[in-house]
Design a protein around this ligand. Structure first.
Ligand SMILES: [Zn+2]
Length: 312
């Protein structure tokens, strides 16, 4: 198997768990907080959900057409739980973001069925977190990144939907997209057929549990496997530890052509928020990297709340 382009474990986890910046202490899963009480999801009917078209999402085309996202602002208890996020622990950041999605996001399918955050595509997580932020802080509290235009003007870019630009879907993939299954179907020269689609949060959670278990038991996970296999589980929202082990065995016995093909195909499947963009007053569009000012906690924790809210 190809070793030349092998990602480091950290690179892999960054990619697998979403496109977040600069995770530190990535294997430190010793989260020093007590387990949070599970949010009661059954009594949210009286809370106001707003409907959003799936076309707004980076991975919108991978949901059945006619699907609607229902999103509501975060309540104070949810912000309280999120505020305890460990900005240096990548797993904790993803978990806390998932918790917010669990409370604030529903997926409504064209047949009327309602799904949960588990069915949300992993690479839509960050977009939805920022959407929830927008709904939560409608009175302002903007989160901005400063950039400079080539004309010399300072441009303040707010982290909100209007300013996000997404990774574009590789045009080579387009003709293999099936509108009925919302997945890619590939036939390869060695007579194999593959169905690929971006994994959802349910699968991400299963693989995170697997990675943590292997890591705790001092086994080195097969990173190539972890990069590719989540894309090969279309239609599923979870997989057991034994299920992953069985897939690993299959993967390790795969032929060279299939491996090389799958590795390249998954390499083209980077979706989600790519960068921030905004038009300068001179008309030029300014671009800058996606980033979290004040860390991941700063998404819902107001940085200067003391100064903002103290009564002088
Ligand atoms: Zn300018």
């Amino acid at each position: 198997m190809s070793k030349d382009k092998e990602m480091s474990e950290e690179d892999y986890l960054k990619k697998h768990l979403g496109d977040l910046d600069n995770p530190k202490n990535i294997m430190n899963n010793d989260i020093p907080f007590v387990a949070q009480p599970k949010v009661d999801n059954t009594r949210t009917t009286d809370l106001q959900f707003f409907n959003f078209d799936i076309k707004e999402l980076p991975c919108g085309e991978f949901y059945p057409s006619g699907t609607v996202f229902m999103v509501r602002p975060a309540q104070v208890r949810e912000i309280q739980a999120y505020s305890m996020v460990d900005d240096n622990n990548f797993y904790d950041i993803v978990e806390k973001m998932n918790d917010i999605l669990q409370s604030c996001v529903r997926v409504k399918y064209p047949d009327g069925k309602i799904g949960s955050y588990i069915e949300v595509k992993d690479q839509d997580r960050l977009f939805l977190v920022f959407l929830i932020r927008e709904l939560t802080f409608q009175q302002g509290n903007s989160l901005t990144v400063n950039s400079k235009c080539s004309c010399g003007e300072d441009v303040q870019m707010e982290l909100k939907r209007d300013n996000f630009s997404f990774h574009e879907i590789d045009e080579k993939l387009e003709r293999y997209f099936s509108a009925s299954t919302r997945t890619y179907h590939f036939s390869t020269v060695n007579g194999r057929e593959f169905e690929l689609t971006p994994p959802n949060i349910g699968l991400q959670k299963s693989f995170t549990d697997y990675i943590l278990k292997e890591s705790n038991e001092k086994r080195t996970p097969n990173l190539s496997f972890l990069k590719i296999i989540p894309f090969m589980l279309a239609g599923r929202t979870s997989i057991t530890y034994e299920g992953i082990k069985a897939k690993l065995k299959e993967f390790e016995e795969i032929d060279d052509i299939s491996f090389q093909f799958l590795n390249a195909a998954v390499g083209k499947m980077t979706f989600g928020i790519k960068e921030l963009k905004k038009k300068c007053s001179c008309g030029e569009e300014v671009h800058t990297d996606m980033q979290f000012p004040n860390g991941a906690s700063g998404i819902f924790v107001i940085h200067d709340a003391f100064e903002a809210y103290i009564k002088e």
